[in-house]
Design a protein around this ligand. Structure first.
Ligand SMILES: Cc1cc2nc3c(=O)[nH]c(=O)nc-3n(C[C@H](O)[C@H](O)[C@H](O)COP(=O)(O)OP(=O)(O)OC[C@H]3O[C@@H](n4cnc5c(N)ncnc54)[C@H](O)[C@@H]3O)c2cc1C
Length: 391
């Protein structure tokens, strides 16, 4: 039987950053992570940090390697109708940029700091239930080293992702909103330097494609594919040919090919839980909300949630007031719904639905044309992409 102030379920980016912020302010916490360290550190996911998210990592001492190895990006490229257009972030947002630094690296940096500091971070510790939610001391039941154990907490924070148990534990007290998209992404990693300096978002008559990167020597590329597609249907040559066709423009540009080291199909979903708290149980990150990755918002929302939540716990710890904790759900839901709208907008503007009519395609092209010819429309995209303030 263990006790702590804040019991954190899940050691992904949200749980690890929350623990870092709390420990630095002297607030006791324990992180339970169901997977082993190697698995968590290798799990391929997001790669774009908004400026505010990068600042939070710096402020908590986890930004040193990011600043050395991450790539600062000042814009993105939009491709449509075989033409290429650049959206320049700093000039449209008063100087804001994004950082290309993989989620795997954020997670490695935070885990290393926790192990150096002696944070109770238990790998292969699977939370199975939360009891006492309506009492003053909720209890997390978990299995670790083959034994059933309990962690008695003053507060529980579910950072256990979309398939975690915390949201389920407060199911009766929350409402969920969901939209499932009629297409998926096939994502690959390839050992080849990126063929571009900045991300390329391509609308084409064959569907959407995205060229991203995980550093100077590794490319990350995505293709829109029908729901239900399997990686077996996509041998390497077919992937490169399709990427070539979707990125094609009038003029010189070449997509460099290289060995593909990873392939996965990702379904696309929007999902929001309201409220993000029930009594002493809080939800943060993917446990509370999901966005399709087109707007690069999932990781940033997760880091933003726990930055706001940590500040509320620190305020409670130093002043005795629960005012900020009580405001957590409303504060974050305003940002979450903004990010949901932006991610939906980017997704539905750039992808072709299976039932899409030529009329709808012309509307998409009209919208894209507006973004690249109107400073106001471009600024709206740039402000959302680089991230809005936390509060
Ligand atoms: C396949 C995939 C690809 C993605 N690609 C992109 C992308 O390209 N761009 C982008 O912006 N976003 C992307 N995202 C979204 C982004 O990665 C997430 O928003 C981000 O990981 C959220 O962090 P989190 O800490 O809230 O949740 P997670 O990263 O899901 O972490 C949750 C943690 O909880 C642990 N856990 C779960 N259940 C239990 C339990 N019962 N007990 C203990 N531990 C538990 C899990 O093992 C995991 O480590 C992707 C997501 C997925 C799933």
């Amino acid at each position: 039987m263990m006790r702590t102030t804040v019991g954190i379920v899940g050691g992904g980016p949200a749980g690890l950053l929350l623990a870092r912020l709390l420990r630095r302010s002297g607030i006791d916490c324990v992180v339970l992570e169901s997977r082993d360290r190697a698995y968590v550190e290798q799990r391929q996911r997001a790669g774009i940090l908004e400026q505010g998210a990068a600042d939070i990592l710096r402020e908590c001492g986890a930004g040193e390697r990011m600043d050395r190895e991450g790539l600062v990006h000042d814009g993105i490229e939009l491709r449509f109708a075989r033409r290429s257009h650049r959206i320049d972030f700093p000039s449209l947002t008063g100087g804001r940029r994004v950082m290309v630094y993989a989620q795997t690296e954020v997670v490695k940096d935070l885990i290393r700091l926790h192990l150096e500091d002696g944070t109770p971070l238990l790998f292969e510790a699977t939370a199975t239930a939360i009891t006492g939610i309506d009492a003053d001391r909720p209890v997390i039941h978990f299995v670790h080293e083959g034994r059933e154990k309990t962690l008695t907490c003053e507060y529980v924070v579910g950072c256990d992702g979309f398939h975690g148990i915390t949201r389920e534990a407060i199911r009766g007290a929350i409402t969920t909103y969901e939209h499932v998209y009629p297409y998926s992404w096939l994502g690959i990693l390839a050992d080849v330097p990126p063929s571009c300096d900045e991300l390329i978002y391509a609308h084409s008559e064959r569907g959407f494609a995205l060229h991203s990167m995980r550093g100077r020597t590794v490319s990350r590329l995505y293709l829109q594919v029908p729901n239900g597609s399997g990686v077996d249907e996509w041998p390497d040559d077919r992937i490169w040919d399709e990427l070539d066709a979707r990125f094609a423009i009038d003029g010189d540009w070449k997509l460099e090919r290289g060995p593909i080291t990873s392939k996965a199909v990702l379904p696309m979903r929007s999902f929001v839980t309201e409220p993000m708290r029930h009594r002493r149980v809080f939800l943060a990150g993917d446990a509370a909300h999901i966005v399709p990755p087109t707007g690069a918002k999932g990781l940033n929302l997760a880091l933003g949630d726990v930055a706001v939540l940590a500040r509320a716990f620190i305020y409670l710890h130093t002043t005795g007031s629960s005012e900020l904790l009580d405001a957590y759900s409303d504060t974050r839901l305003r940002r979450v719904w903004r990010a949901e709208h932006f991610s939906y907008f980017m997704t539905t503007t750039l992808h072709l639905g299976p039932e899409q009519t030529p009329f709808q395609t012309r509307l998409q092209l009209a919208q894209l044309e507006r973004i690249v010819t109107s400073r106001a429309a471009a600024a709206e995209l740039a402000e959302n992409y680089t991230g809005l303030p936390l509060y």
